[in-house]
Design a protein around this ligand. Sequence first.
Ligand code: OOG
Ligand code: MG
Length: 260
Amino acid sequence: MLDESTVDRLARTLDDARLERRAIAPLTNEHPGLDLATGYRIQARGIELRRARGETIAGWKMGLTSEAKRAQMNLHSPCYGVLLGETRLPDGGAFEVGAGIHPKIEPEIAFRTTRELRGDIDRATALAAIDGACAAMEILDSRFRGFRYFSLPDVVADNSSSSHYVLGPWVDPQGLSFAALELRMHVDGELVRSARGEAISGDPILSIVQLVGMLATEGKSLPAGSVVLAGAATEAVPLTPGLEVRLDVDRLGSVSLRAV
Ligand code: OOG
Ligand code: MG
C-alpha cells in the first residue's frame, strides 16, 4: 500500500503524460509492489484532478471482459475505468490521432442506466435497470510506452487506458439477446473485426453485473443515468490519420468515426 502523497504524485505523473502526449514507464518499475487496490486509488485521484478542472463523470467502462482482449494485452482479469463526458465524440465525427500517444479503437456495446445499482445484483436486475443500448466504439490510449506487457495495476491506475468513446443512437434494450448480436467493425469499408456479443463477459449485460460488484467492494454504487461500456468484443485496431471506422451491430445499428 502506498501513502496518499505517493498516490497523488503517481496520479499527477499520469495526468501530465496524458496532457503532454508523452509515454512514460510503467508505475510498477518504480513501485514493483503496486497492487490492484492502489491502482484504483491512483485512478480515483486522477479522476479527482480532472473533475477539479471541470470535467464530469458520464459513466464507467469495463475492460478486458473478452478473451480476445485479455490475450491481446496478456492480462487476465476484467477492470474498470471512469468515462468523462468531455471525452465523448459525436457519432460520425472526427478523432485527431495526434491528440493521443498511440490510440487504438475497439468495438463495444454501451448501456444506459435509469436507476441506481448497488451490491450483488443478478442479470435480470441489471437488464431491468437499463433503458438504452447502442453500438459503441472506444478509443483507448495508454500513457505507458509500447502499450503492451504492463501489469493490471498499471492499466487500472491509467484509468484502464480510457481516451475517448463514441455512441450510436440509443435503442430500447428490452427483448434483445445481447449475447447473440453480431458486431462487425469496418475500416475504410473493409471488415476487420467481428464477434458475437457473447464474446463480452459471456453476455454484455453481465459486464454491468461485474462492474456493480467491483464498485461495491469499494462501498460505491453505479448511479442512475450512467453510460456503461461493456468492454471490447475483439482486439483493438491502431488508429492512423485518414481511417474511416464503422461498427455495425445487429438490431442496434451503426456508429462511425473518422481518424484525422
Ligand atoms: C485496457 C482496457 C481494455 C476493453 O474494452 O477491453 C478495454 C487496455 O486494453 O489497454 O477497454
Ligand atoms: Mg474498451
